[in-house]
Design a protein around this ligand. Sequence first.
Ligand code: C5J
Length: 223
Amino acid sequence: MNSVLSIDAEPYAFELVPEKCALLIIDMQRDFLEPGGFGEMLGNDVSQLRRTIEPNKALLAAFRKAGMTVMHTREGHRPDLSDLPPAKKVRGHGATTIGDIGPMGRILIRGEPGQDIIDELYPLPGEPIIDKPGKGAFFATDLHAILQNKGITQLVVTGVTTEVCVNTTVREANDRGFECLIPDDCVGSYFPIFQEMGLKMIKAQGGIFGWVTSSPKIIAALS
Ligand code: C5J
C-alpha cells in the first residue's frame, strides 16, 4: 500500500503519493534567467524569475533525497528551424527572434549555451530532459509516454514562466488526468500581475487545473 502525504494547499489539501508523483521543472534556462541573457535583453526584470532558484534547489534536493522522479524541460528548436512554426518565428516583430544570434548563442536553439538549464538546477544523469518546441511540455514530446511508463499520475510543477509554459503544461497535464500541485515560490513571471493571476487561475473553481501550495510544505512532508 502506497503512503499518502497530505499537503496543505489551495483550494484544499493535496494527497501526495510519493511513488506516483514526479517533480517537473519547466524551462529554467539560462536565456530566461541569467543577467545578460535574451530575457534581460528584451527589457525584462530577471530578478522576478531568479527568486525561484533557491526554492527550486531545495525542492529538487528533497525529491532527489526521497528517491522520487525528477524531470526537466527546455523550450527550444532544431538548429535548422524545421520545427519552428513561421508564426512563432515572426511573433512580436522583434529585431532579434528565435534562431538569431543572441547574447548566449542562437536564441532557443537546442545545444546553444543560452538554451540550456542553469547550473544551479542542472539535471543529474538519469533525470529525463524534455526538449519541447512549444509552450506546453506535452505538445510534440515524449513526456506523456515517459510518465505513463513510470506510473506517474501526480506532478509537482515548477519553473518559468508562471503564465506561459507552466500554465500551459499544467492545463495539458490536467486534461490528460494528472493531478498537479504548484508551489508558488518555485514558479516565476517577469510580470507580478501575471504571477498572481496565473496561480489564481489554476486553483479557481475548486482547483479547476490543480492545487497551489509553497515548497516548504512539500519539503516538510517529504522529510
Ligand atoms: C516560457 C516563454 N518558458 N515565456 N517561455 O514560459 O516564452
